[in-house]
Design a protein around this ligand. Structure first.
Ligand code: ADP
Length: 255
């Protein structure tokens, strides 16, 4: 059995006096496609932001790809990680947000090439070649010179996916990537994610309210409520035969 690529061990996180996560543990296996579902405010996005080092944890440990995320081991001791370590760890992970977060004053191509050139020192020609392949994969190669303001929400989100892939991350995080889109634009983004899931062995974590998509996309569903995993299982188990009352009540409301 391979080791988990993400190992979350008893993490806690508070915002002020509000404890969002309280001793949460979970593992993700390499290549696994995981969907995090549950009511708003249950801590799902916070978990993705913690993995992306956009939020710090108050307690606990996280291992990614065999290395401590927030700590470095020195002389057998675990010390808080420095910025260089965090930057290196961050490159293992790509994240796509609810709101597109493209650089507004850069064209589509530059949005995708910037990080590999700046953080990996990739030469422009190589970065552009790779960017064009990725833009082709998300169906946006013909818009390489367009500015973000000229794109629809669905197109922006497809560029954001290409940009996150440009650093060849081992892990992709998707945070409600379709919830700000007009309904008719949702499918084009989900199609790109379906293809990614089918054609790559990347590990993917998805926070979503699209239950149909979560069912098709995920190998495993985690149902969260108040910062805890209430129930987990294969999509059919969770959606057709939920065991816990809270899962049943949530699914009844949302489907
Ligand atoms: P979910 O993704 O399940 O909807 P979140 O992880 O976004 O839940 O949020 C969990 C709780 O933490 C919510 O009550 C939210 O208001 C709160 N929260 C999240 N981020 C912050 C923050 N930066 N400052 C204060 N409260 C926050």
């Amino acid at each position: 059995m391979p080791a988990p690529i993400i190992k979350i061990d008893s993490i806690s996180k508070s915002f002020g006096s509000f404890k969002v996560l309280d001793g949460l543990s979970m593992d993700v296996m390499p290549g696994e496609k995981l969907a995090l579902i549950g009511p708003s405010g249950s801590g799902k996005t916070t978990i993705l932001r913690i993995l992306m080092t956009l939020e710090r944890i108050d307690d606990g440990h996280i291992q990614i790809d065999g290395e401590q995320l927030y700590h470095v081991e020195r002389d057998g001791r675990l010390l808080p990680a420095d910025e260089r370590h965090l930057t290196r760890m961050r490159q293992k992970i790509g994240m796509v947000f609810q709101l597109f977060n493209l650089f507004p004053h850069k064209c589509v191509l530059d949005n995708v090439t910037l990080a590999p050139m700046l953080t990996k020192g990739m030469p422009r020609a190589a970065a552009e070649k790779r960017a064009m392949e990725l833009l082709d994969m998300v169906g946006m190669a013909d818009k390489a010179k367009a500015m973000p303001a000229q794109l629809s929400g669905g197109q922006k989100q497809r560029v954001a996916i290409a940009r996150a892939l440009a650093l060849s991350p081992k892990i992709m995080l998707f945070d409600e990537v379709t919830s700000a889109l007009d309904p008719e634009l949702v499918e084009e983004v989900l199609n790109v994610m379906r293809r990614l899931a089918d054609e790559t062995d990347m590990t993917m974590l998805l926070v979503t309210h699209e239950m149909g998509f979560a069912h098709d996309f995920a190998d495993r569903i985690l149902f969260f409520d108040r910062g805890r995993i209430v129930e987990e299982g294969k999509p059919d188990e969770i959606f057709r035969r939920p065991k816990q009352e809270r899962t049943q009540a949530f699914l009844k409301k949302i489907i």
